[in-house]
Write a protein that binds this ligand. Structure first.
Ligand code: ZN
Length: 455
């Protein structure tokens, strides 16, 4: 048993990971008086995923230094801090190479959307960082969410370690929880089907598929969700309380609440199309942040028809946040995501189409253009999201993103056409002419160009 004891620097609490019997763990930790902690416990959640829970304490606003090991074959991990009333910030994360990745803002954790007593951080969330094997040390700062004072409370730190995905592809499951006021009872099933198809296509570009989805109608009591006053958290809590026990909300799934409207009680002009309760969201299905919301009102034309493509774009964006992605560029034009292959924009007059097409571009930058304009992820964005433990390893047929511009050089009377996402040179035609085509029919291609198409 002695071998578990270590001489550690002041303030460091070595927490043991894995494979300790209860008796061994207790007697061992009894010898490490400064820790005041229970032995860590490890639970296997899926064949490829386990979670280890460490007990620690924040005293006067700062936690002990918490040490954990990342085994070989893991390329990302999710850190979750749970407590009572704290808002938590990661002040130090020392990688096995001895470097603090928080320093120099290499690892970004801003805006993780803490609710009192809970936060999640996904590591890494940039292609420039790598979850190397070995020992990490983290320190958490905590302030009281209600008073703003330095916090003293017991916390649990959970480290979720998904194994490296062999084929670098994985799938998520979606549970649609549809408020009665959000979509009509007759039309919601068809609408959700179209939303799912589009979201699945968006994700397939970067090797993620929607493995399956299910739909459940639920009366949320409040058709309009207010952000900023804490009511969103209690509604999520209430909806999950109702839906988890009956399987309408599942483990290993992203819970999507379709609501009529999302607004900010303290800011009437804040009327977002969607909102992710976490950035990233948790793995566990029963947390107050285990949901994303999308408003249907912004996608309805009043006559009951829904812009499913627009809604799917917003939903893909919110799931992107949930799986760990930041906006390409924030509204201030100076905060950008930590990903090098995403386009950025600093002022609205200089934004490129490539920027506005990225799914993680804030709708703020779309200047009133259709949200469905956003339909691209970059390869590195895919890599970050595939590292979230909710993405379960499975093979995926990658689907290329839609073609927006026909770039083949064609000689008149032929013109470049996109048919079924393929570019080719086809005979141009005028649909208003009496006999526009000698053979075939004069039809619009994917981009609205009329060409003679074999029938
Ligand atoms: Zn966003």
């Amino acid at each position: 048993m002695q071998r578990w004891r270590r001489q550690l620097p002041n303030g460091t609490c070595k927490l043991l990971r894995l494979a300790l019997t209860g008796a061994l763990a207790l007697s061992t930790l009894a010898g490490v008086a400064s820790c005041g902690s229970d032995a860590p416990t490890t639970e296997l959640l899926r064949d490829d995923l386990s979670v280890t829970t460490y007990s620690s304490r924040i005293e006067g606003g700062l936690s002990e230094r918490i040490t954990f090991d990342i085994p070989y074959g893991v390329e990302s991990f999710l850190i979750e801090v749970r407590g009572d009333k704290g808002l938590y910030y990661l002040t130090e994360l020392i990688a096995p190479n001895g470097r603090d990745v928080i320093e120099g803002a290499k690892y970004t954790t801003r805006g993780a959307r803490e609710v009192p007593g809970l936060v999640d951080w996904l590591y890494p969330n940039s292609p420039d960082l790598f979850a190397e094997e070995g020992q990490y040390t983290l320190t958490v700062r905590g302030i009281n969410a209600f008073t703003g004072n330095n916090l003293s409370e017991d916390i649990k730190v959970l480290i979720y370690t998904p194994e490296e995905k062999p084929a670098d592809t994985c799938g998520i499951r979606i549970d649609f929880l549809v408020d009665d006021a959000a979509l009509g009872a007759e039309t919601f099933a068809a609408a959700v089907e179209r939303i799912y198809e589009k979201v699945d296509l968006n994700f397939r570009q970067i090797g993620i598929k929607v493995e399956n989805y299910q739909t459940y109608r639920v009366n949320m009591q409040s058709s309009d969700i207010n952000l900023g006053d804490g009511s969103a958290v209690s509604i999520v809590d209430d909806v999950l309380d109702k839906t988890l026990p009956i399987g309408a909300a599942r483990d290993n799934a992203v819970h999507v609440m379709l609501v009529r409207r999302i607004g900010g009680s303290d800011n009437p002009t804040f009327d977002p199309a969607g909102y992710s309760m976490g950035l990233p969201g948790p793995y566990a299905p029963d947390r107050d942040t285990s949901a994303v919301m999308v408003s249907t009102e912004l996608y309805s034309d009043g006559s009951g028809s829904l812009d499913a493509d627009g809604l799917a774009s917003s939903l893909t964006h919110e799931i992107g946040h949930f799986l760990g992605l930041y906006h390409t560029s924030e509204r201030n034009g100076s905060d950008h995501d930590p990903i090098s292959d995403t386009p950025e924009c600093e002022s609205e007059f200089t934004c490129t189409d490539e920027f506005r097409r990225n799914i993680m571009t804030s709708s703020f930058w779309l200047q009133g253009g259709p949200p469905s304009f956003r339909n691209r992820f970059t390869e590195a964005q895919g890599k970050v999201m595939r590292g979230h433990p909710l993405c379960k390893p499975m093979s995926v047929n990658v689907v290329a993103p839609p073609i927006e511009e026909c770039t083949l050089e064609c000689t008149a009377p032929n013109t470049c056409a996109v048919i079924n996402a393929r570019m080719s040179c086809e005979l141009a035609c005028d649909p208003g002419a009496t006999a526009p085509c000698e053979t075939g029919e004069c039809l619009s291609d994917d981009l609205g160009t009329y060409v003679c198409t074999p029938t």
